[in-house]
Design a protein around this ligand. Structure first.
Ligand SMILES: C[S@@+](CC[C@H](N)C(=O)[O-])C[C@H]1O[C@@H](n2cnc3c(N)ncnc32)[C@H](O)[C@@H]1O
Length: 231
C-alpha cells in the first residue's frame, strides 16, 4: 500500500498521537498486508476481536475489500474513535463496539481476526476465547491470529518488554498476563480445522507469528448444526 493511503487512513483520527501512531504502524508493521493476503479472496463478514482503532478494517477497505466488518474492543475510547473515523471515511458496513472478549462473543458466521491481544488473557480465558472464535468461523472461512509466541528466543524477551512499555505509557489498559506457545495453538485449534503457524515479525524485533485456522468448505460444525453459536 502506498504511503498516501497510510496518510489517508491516519487523517481519519483527530487526536495527534493516534494519527502519528496509525501512520507509523501502517508503514512499519507487516501485519495488515499479511491479513489482507489471507482474506482477499473471501466475501464472508469479518469479526475483529480487540480491534483497537480499527486499523485492519480501514486498511482492508483501502485495499478494496467490501465485506461487512464488526470490530470489538474493551477500550471504549478506541471503539468511539474508530466509529468517528468511519463517519469521516464514509465507508459502509464498518461498525465498532465496546465489548470485553472475556465475556463471550456475539453470534457470527464468517472470518474472525484476533490481532495482538492474546497476551492479555489467562490460559483458561485464552482457551475459551479461541474455541468461541473457532466456532464462529464459517465453512471455507478462517480465524487469523497474530500473537507473540512464548519460547527461548531473544525476540520473546523483547516482545515482553514492549508489552510492559505499552502498559507503562498507558497505551494499553493492561500489562501482559500470559503468552501462548505454538503447541498451545495447535492443541486448541486443530479440532476445528487445519492450522498454519508462521513467523510474522517483518523488520520489528518482536516474536510475532501469524496463526491461521482454516475450515474446509464442506465441514459442518461440531454439533452438525448451523455455525452460529450463542454466546
Ligand atoms: C495491541 S492492540 C491491537 C489492536 C488491533 N488488533 C490491531 O492490531 O491494530 C490490543 C487491543 O486489544 C484490546 N483488548 C485487550 N483485551 C481485550 C479484551 N478482553 N476484550 C476486548 N479487547 C481487548 C486492547 O484494548 C487493544 O486495543
Amino acid at each position: 500500500m502506498k504511503d498516501s493511503s497510510h496518510q489517508k487512513i491516519a487523517r481519519l483520527f483527530q487526536r495527534r498521537w493516534d494519527s502519528h501512531y496509525v501512520a507509523a504502524k501502517l508503514r512499519t508493521d507487516p501485519l495488515y498486508d499479511a491479513v489482507y493476503s489471507e482474506l482477499k479472496d473471501s466475501e464472508l463478514p469479518l469479526l475483529d476481536l480487540g480491534c483497537g482503532l480499527g486499523l485492519l478494517a480501514f486498511f482492508l477497505r483501502e485495499k478494496g475489500l467490501s465485506f461487512p466488518i464488526l470490530g470489538l474492543d474493551y477500550d471504549s475510547r478506541k471503539a468511539a474513535s474508530a466509529n468517528h473515523a468511519v463517519e469521516l471515511s464514509k465507508n459502509r458496513d464498518l461498525n465498532f463496539a465496546h465489548h470485553d472478549a472475556r465475556n463471550g462473543l456475539p453470534e457470527h458466521s464468517g472470518n474472525v481476526t484476533i490481532l495482538d491481544i492474546l497476551q492479555f488473557f489467562t490460559p483458561s480465558e485464552l482457551e475459551t476465547l479461541l474455541a468461541l472464535a473457532s466456532e464462529r468461523v464459517a465453512p471455507g472461512g478462517k480465524l487469523v491470529i497474530r500473537s507473540g509466541l512464548k519460547d527461548t528466543s531473544w525476540r520473546f524477551k523483547i516482545t515482553y518488554l514492549g508489552d510492559m512499555l505499552a502498559k507503562a505509557t498507558f497505551w494499553m489498559k493492561a500489562a501482559p498476563t500470559h503468552y501462548p506457545t505454538a503447541e498451545d495453538f495447535q492443541k486448541i485449534l486443530s479440532p476445528f480445522g487445519s492450522v498454519r503457524i508462521l513467523p510474522l515479525w517483518g523488520k520489528t524485533p518482536f516474536n510475532n507469528h501469524l496463526i491461521v485456522l482454516e475450515r474446509a468448505a464442506s465441514t459442518a460444525s461440531k454439533t452438525g448444526a448451523a455455525i452460529e453459536v450463542a454466546s
